[in-house]
Ligand binder design. Structure first.
Ligand code: PLP
Length: 454
């Protein structure tokens, strides 16, 4: 019946899926013909479906299970907190809340020392925007095409991803600009000074919008959901410079890139960029409990000492989540996972480069740390993509088939449009990484056979 049907054939699995489909609405897309399967257990870099089949998690689910699934140390911290105090109003102080704030301040860029603790990434961005508007008294925000900032109404409208179309018309004050995409750069075609071209474009947008009307620019340092588009060196630092020059706050959305994913604690660390606001989620608790964070600079924190900040949710600064996140940060440090991401990220890129040599369907490979992508094309010359997130591509079935083959072979991955994203838990070993890549190597023969001769 489905990808899942082929792999998870147990009666119990089918029953679970049927009940899920009957009584719950699945995310993002139509319900009819929904392809899914039942998972019952997860540990480390693996999870198991209802028939007992094991999958290597090569995307850390939604690029969030950074330390691996069900870490014993985190589970213990959650149990202990649940027995003591799972929840108390955010108007009241708790030990895990302060502890988490302290740990975040220790690992974040040095001017970010205060956290507003939400329940997920979209809420962190919602509050980032409201803090920026309140702090600057301005109401416009710059965001990029090819970006994703969350699934709430406002964050969808802020995003530059086609998922926003269903939520439009958009909120007032959002102005979009183009970020670098070296492989498909309309200005330099990948061979020129991509960073400077894009920075000139951004400066034009700022000048013509009127800097005195713009509160903030928000960006993912590496747009993830759009295909791990690594910017050219100097771009992030250049955006910081422009923001400083024109009096605009810089919000770095590191919901996906944060917590070691790119081989540094945060992607802005690669260029030593200090955003005014940093939003985080995903790797913050590594999937153990929902949680997000909006970290603010000392200057913004100072402003809200006297000026009231109008924002909060019943579950803000959730004690159980804070205890989980504090334990997760300890795991990153104890297991040296950020360094592992950097080391294995180099191995990953080298291997992907070698795969590109033998697979004509690979247009480009790119990545930073354990955050990489294979861009699949019909022709290297024309770069015609083998699928699309913007339009209904007649070739998308090829990517679907590749993903299906990977699942059949026990590898869980993320495919968007013509891009296969590789982002395993940072706790993966080199042997496991190479094993997963060998599976991808085999599955890509499906795409190779659909390449058109140049
Ligand atoms: N920002 C980025 C860069 C993301 O990738 C995501 C989710 O994928 C979000 C924000 C939204 O996070 P959440 O789904 O936790 O609300």
């Amino acid at each position: 019946m489905s990808v899942a049907g082929d792999t998870d054939v147990s009666a119990r699995g089918l029953e679970i899926v049927e009940k899920n489909r009957r009584f719950t609405l699945f995310e993002w897309g139509r319900q009819a013909g929904r392809d899914t399967f039942a998972v019952e257990r997860a540990k480390g870099v693996y999870f198991w479906d209802s028939s007992g089949k094991r999958y290597l998690d090569f995307s850390s689910q939604s690029i969030n299970v950074n330390i691996g699934h069900a870490d014993d140390r985190v589970v213990r911290a959650i149990k202990e907190q649940a027995e003591k105090l799972p929840f108390i109003s955010p108007f009241i102080a708790t030990e895990p809340r302060g502890l988490l704030g302290e740990k975040l301040a220790a690992v974040a860029p040095d001017s970010l020392n205060k956290s507003f603790i939400t329940l997920g990434g979209a809420e962190a961005n919602e509050n980032a925007l409201r803090l920026a508007f309140a702090y600057t008294g301005k109401r416009k925000v710059l965001s990029r095409y090819r970006s994703y900032h969350g699934g709430t109404n406002a964050m969808l409208q802020l995003s530059g991803d086609p998922r926003r179309w269903a939520a439009e018309p958009g909120m007032p004050g959002v102005v979009r600009f183009w970020g670098p995409y070296p492989y498909r750069c309309p200005w330099c075609g990948g061979g020129g000074d991509c960073a400077n071209e894009c920075l000139n474009h951004l400066e034009d947008v700022i000048v013509h919008e009127g800097p005195h009307t713009i509160a903030a620019a928000i960006l993912e340092p590496i747009p993830g959901g759009y295909g791990v588009i690594v910017p050219p060196e100097g771009y992030l630092a250049g955006v910081r410079r422009l923001c400083d020059e024109y009096g605009i706050l810089l919000i770095a959305d590191e919901v996906m890139t944060g917590f070691g994913r790119t081989g540094e604690w945060f992607a802005v660390d690669h260029e030593d960029v200090r955003p005014d606001i940093l939003t985080l989620s995903k790797g913050l608790t590594s999937g153990h409990i929902p949680l997000g964070v909006c970290m603010i600079s000392d200057a913004i924190a100072e402003h809200f000492e006297e000026t009231p900040f109008v924002g909060g949710l019943t579950f803000n600064s959730y004690a159980l989540g804070c205890a989980a996140a504090a334990a997760v940060i300890d795991v990153y440090i104890e297991d040296d996972l950020v360094a592992n991401s950097k080391r294995l990220g180099a191995v990953l890129l080298e291997q992907l480069g070698a795969m590109r040599e033998v697979h004509p369907s690979i247009g480009e490979v790119r990545g930073q740390g354990l955050f990489a992508a294979i861009e699949v094309v019909r022709s290297r010359r024309t770069k015609e993509p083998m699928g699309s997130v913007e339009t209904s591509s007649p070739h998308q079935w090829v990517m679907d088939k590749v993903k299906q083959r990977l699942l059949e072979e026990g590898l869980y991955s993320m495919v968007r449009g013509n891009v296969l994203v590789i982002a395993p838990p940072l706790s993966i070993t080199e042997e496991e990484l190479l094993g997963g890549l060998a599976t991808i190597d085999r599955a890509l023969q499906i795409a190779d056979s659909e390449v058109i001769s140049d």
